[in-house]
Design a protein around this ligand. Structure first.
Ligand code: KG4
Ligand code: ZN
Length: 325
């Protein structure tokens, strides 16, 4: 079995995965959403302190599996440096105490493998990752062959929802609350511009849209918030659809997947379903409980790495706040 640890942002999570069957035997996540909500976003120092409290509590619950562990895995990149180290320190301690190898996992690859919890992986895939830190399209041929073909030049999709929610004093995370509010609103009421719609670039940008929403919020009263949320969500999703359409002119999608915390957004999911129809492409989605950050996806990647013999020594294992993918 492999014990995997996730602490890249505001979720403390540990999983136990059986290597031979890829079966998830244990998973527990303690989320810090409530604690960060009053600040309208994640406060790194607070997040680190909460991981230091939560991770040992979860580890304690895994005691029964210790004698069966063949490796310990941990998210090393990307993420907040002060929270990544919490998981890495724990992983190193477990590795030393149990005399088992350590596996450093890329969180973005984790999101890709959230599609394959308790399943065999199927490649090639075109993957849209939408989370709080990333908006990117990747061509994935295997664990080791992942190429980013489009990414955000500034804010991410999920982050823009968080910031819009903050402007409306709706707490953190903003995605679910803005999606709910948008359902009651008029998507055409506010005429926000689709980012980069004149640009030939296949890339994403959310900071301009965020600023247009800020101006609208400043001019509005609370009764208008649902229409602002609906119009914002419509444009945020249209931006992704426009750029994917452009990308599909050169690369026809065969199997397409949406992963990451914001892949829970149903308006985005249905817009992508619509987009894929003419191509007859299959759409893969993670189970809702594995869309947001979790340790099951880290454990699933770790099983692949274990089978390929990809380990790190304790001295080599380092955190890297920015991902190289
Ligand atoms: O993958 P994740 O749990 O953490 C990161 O790796 O960043 O994603 C969290 C992000 C947050 O920005 C959150 O607001 C966004 O995903 N999110 C959503 C929805 N649910 C979560 N964004 C839009 N619509 C949603 N339904
Ligand atoms: Zn994530």
């Amino acid at each position: 079995m492999i014990l995997s640890i996730e602490s890249s942002c505001d979720d403390s999570a540990i999983a136990i995965t059986e290597i031979a069957t890829k079966k998830l035997l244990f998973h527990k996540k303690i989320s810090q959403e409530l604690e960060h909500s009053v600040y309208g976003g994640v406060v790194p120092e607070l997040a680190a302190r909460l991981h230091a409290e939560a991770l040992p509590k979860i580890l304690e619950e895994c005691r029964a599996y210790f004698s069966d562990l063949k490796a310990v895995a941990v998210t090393t990149t990307p993420g907040l440096s002060v929270t990544l180290v919490e998981g890495v320190i724990m992983a190193k301690a477990v590795s030393i105490a149990l005399n088992i190898p350590i596996i450093g996992v890329n969180h973005l690859i984790g999101h890709i493998y959230s599609l394959f919890i308790e399943k065999e992986a199927v490649f090639p895939l075109t993957v849209l990752l939408v989370s709080g830190g990333h908006t990117q399209v990747m061509e994935v041929k295997s664990l080791e062959e992942i190429k980013t073909v489009a990414k955000s030049m500034d804010d991410s999709f999920g982050e823009s929802f968080d910031k819009v929610a903050k402007m409306m004093h709706l707490g953190y995370p903003g995605g679910p609350v803005i999606e709910k509010l948008a359902k009651e609103g008029d998507r055409k009421k506010y005429n926000f511009t689709v980012p980069l719609h004149q640009s030939p670039l296949i890339a994403f940008s959310y900071s301009g849209l965020k600023n247009s929403v800020r101006l609208a919020v400043e001019d509005a009263n609370e009764n208008d918030y649902k229409d602002i949320a609906a119009s914002f969500e419509h444009i945020a999703v249209s931006h992704i659809i426009q750029k994917l359409k452009k990308y599909f002119k050169d690369v026809t999608p065969k199997t397409f997947a949406i992963v990451g915390g914001a892949s829970a957004n149903l308006y985005l999911r249905s817009a992508i379903e619509e987009l894929l129809k003419p191509y007859d492409a299959a759409l893969l989605l993670s189970e809702l409980k594995y869309c947001s950050d979790n340790a099951a996806m880290i454990g699933r990647v770790a099983v692949e790495m274990y089978e390929k013999g990809i380990f790190s020594s304790i001295d080599e294992l380092e955190i890297c706040p920015k991902s190289v993918i």
